[in-house]
Design a protein around this ligand. Structure first.
Ligand code: G4P
Length: 570
């Protein structure tokens, strides 16, 4: 939204939605394309890998369910919740989430819609979300942001958007619950723009809300979509209205027709035109209004994801950019699910494929350990099932069973030694000190914490002044409960927590060794090593940190740390 007058705004949106699917818009240089197989290209261009981000209760689960219904991946509403409940029974530590009625794990749902292959990644939605929630966003090419129309931008959405910013992930916005009284639409757009620093371009505009909600006007298609509670938009409820001054509008909307005209007039003067480039850079977000519960506006949203959201994108490694169309297979691990089978301490590594084609039995290099591995079985996650897959393509997420060889941030490729970037540890916001009840179990505690750190369950810091002490860091409080419960059940360690007065952490990096040593000596009581021996400052006061950073311009205070840079940042 801005104060510039842009008459062509609506026309641009029309063009964006009318044009060929994004696959056609992304053509690769001729010489590159020679290397690629036509089939791979086709598979890549059909894929959309995205996550839904929202604050709890905004309607993420409801919307996910409706999207899956459209894709024919589930047959009835309620299945997603039921599926989650079933999964909880799978292991002991998951009992925590069952007890608390929340979802700790992120899951992947694959489904077809139209000609597209969709990988929808779920993010845990409770206030006690974990680093897994953040990390899921490193594996997607775009995100769908759900906002409760009565509440506007809430804390968790803000935090998740900060993570999206790291890679400039394109965002599509859905303003939900229009069937309830909420905030004025224009107010909501201002809120999104001011709080999240992203420009809004409405693609649909609501007519009334709550009891007087009549539907939306589709600015690009110039269609009125009339709302009927409890049913999805049906063909007879869609009326084409090219000219808003048409008396047909008054006939259909009565007194609300003039409100709509006023709103659209206001918008055409205030909203910037949609620019695909700006959207793909994460600077602009197309906005849709609707009601997930009533399945209203959901199909339009899904169509927009297919047309606007990017296909699998090139990814940065420590040495070069990798194009998805490259022939050699490569991917990175962004999540570990432990205890798939508690009897065998096995782990399922979630791997995002970045290039090439996966096929069963593929030989790959696991570069961190410098070992070859053959992937005999890979799980693909359909909405209600997990199945072994014969092949998979860039954008897909596959699950690889392993006994602890794969860690978060690991890269595997067919040959070339690559390290994918952008799968970081995020600065924790919560800290606790571990108190071991039985000192004879110190070894088990060390081993347990090492493994739990590798799985991304929690972060561990050892203070410089006392290397045998453990301070745990997390972004969500539940991570502490899960850690304690797993230490007890899997490693036989009885421990408790002491509160500690830290609010964040920063990883310190500097070319100036002298300054770094000086800083370390001066702030010894707050310095620690993380699980991979990186120097970390534990921060008690964020305001003071700002001042400290100004005082030490030769030192970088990083808010996240790449897993894969383990050996280079020391
Ligand atoms: P979440 O995953 O983001 O946490 O939200 P979820 O979908 O569980 O939705 C939170 C509540 O909001 C649910 O009500 C859900 O039915 C309601 N809701 C979602 N979309 C809409 C909508 O478009 N309109 C209205 N009026 N409500 C909506 P609940 O009572 O907490 O749960 P339930 O008993 O309905 O499952």
């Amino acid at each position: 939204m801005n104060s510039r007058t842009k008459k062509d705004n609506i026309h641009e949106q029309q063009q964006a939605l009318d044009r060929e699917p994004i696959s056609a818009a992304y053509s690769w240089p001729e010489k590159e394309s020679k290397k690629m197989t036509i089939r791979n290209n086709d598979e890549i261009s059909r894929r959309r890998t995205f996550a839904i981000i929202s604050h709890p209760d905004a309607g993420k689960t409801t919307l996910t369910e409706k999207l899956l219904l459209f894709g024919g991946a589930i047959q009835m509403a309620g299945a997603v919740k039921a599926r989650k409940a079933k999964q909880f029974a799978a292991s002991d530590w998951m009992a925590i989430e069952r007890e608390r009625g929340i979802s700790v794990t992120t899951s992947v749902m694959k489904f077809h819609y139209s000609d597209a292959e969709i990988n929808l990644l779920d993010t845990p939605g409770h206030q006690d979300f974990s680093e897994d929630t953040y990390r899921v966003l490193t594996a997607v090419d775009s995100a769908l942001m759900v906002i409760d129309g009565a509440k506007g931008v809430e804390t968790q959405t803000r935090k998740l958007m900060e993570v999206c910013r790291i890679r400039n992930t394109p965002i599509i916005t859905f303003i939900n619950k229009l069937d309830r009284e909420g905030r004025e639409p224009i107010d909501l757009l201002h809120d999104i723009e001011n709080t999240l620093q992203i420009e809004c371009v409405p693609f649909t505009w609501p007519i009334g809300m709550g009891k007087s909600f009549r539907g939306v006007y589709d600015l690009a298609q110039k269609e009125l979509r009339l709302f009927q509670a409890g049913s999805e938009t049906r063909p007879q409820d869609i009326v084409t209205i090219h000219d808003l001054s048409s008396p047909k509008l008054d006939e259909l909307l009565k007194s609300q027709a003039s409100d709509l005209r006023d709103d659209i007039e206001l918008l055409s003067g205030a909203a910037n035109p949609f620019e695909l480039e700006q959207f793909l850079r994460g600077n602009q977000t197309p906005v849709f209004f609707g009601s997930a519960l009533n399945n209203f506006g959901v199909k339009e949203l899904l169509d927009a994801v297919i047309k606007l959201a990017p296909q699998p994108q090139p990814r940065a490694t420590a040495t070069r950019m990798v194009e998805p169309q490259e022939e050699a297979f490569s991917g990175f691990v962004f999540k570990i699910q432990a205890n798939m089978d508690p009897a065998h301490r096995d782990r399922l590594a979630f791997l995002r494929i970045c290039s090439g084609r996966f096929h069963r039995g593929i030989k790959v290099m696991h570069h961190r350990v410098g070992r070859e591995m053959v992937i005999k079985d890979a799980t693909i996650f359909m909405a209600q099932d997990r199945t072994n897959t014969e092949e998979a393509f860039p954008g897909d997420i596959i699950g690889i069973h392993n006994r602890g060889t794969l860690k978060i941030g690991d890269t595997i490729t067919e040959k070339e030694p690559l390290q994918y970037l952008g799968i970081p540890n995020f600065a924790p916001a919560l800290f606790k000190q571990v108190i071991l009840r039985n000192p004879l179990r110190a070894k088990q505690l060390k081993k347990g914490l090492q493994q739990l750190t590798e799985e991304g369950t929690v972060q561990v810091f050892r203070p410089l002044l006392n290397g045998s002490e453990y301070i745990l860091g997390a972004v969500g409080a539940l991570q502490f409960d899960v850690t304690m419960s797993r230490l007890r059940d899997e490693y036989g360690v009885e421990a408790s927590y002491n509160p500690v007065d830290f609010a964040s952490a920063r990883w310190l990096v500097s070319d100036n060794k002298e300054d770094l040593d000086k800083f370390t000596r001066r702030h010894q009581s707050k310095m620690a090593y993380d699980a991979e021996d990186h120097l970390t400052l534990l921060v008690s006061d964020l305001w003071l940190l700002k001042k400290t950073m100004e005082e030490w311009p030769n030192i970088e205070f990083r808010i996240f740390r790449e897993h894969s840079l383990a050996s280079t940042e020391k």
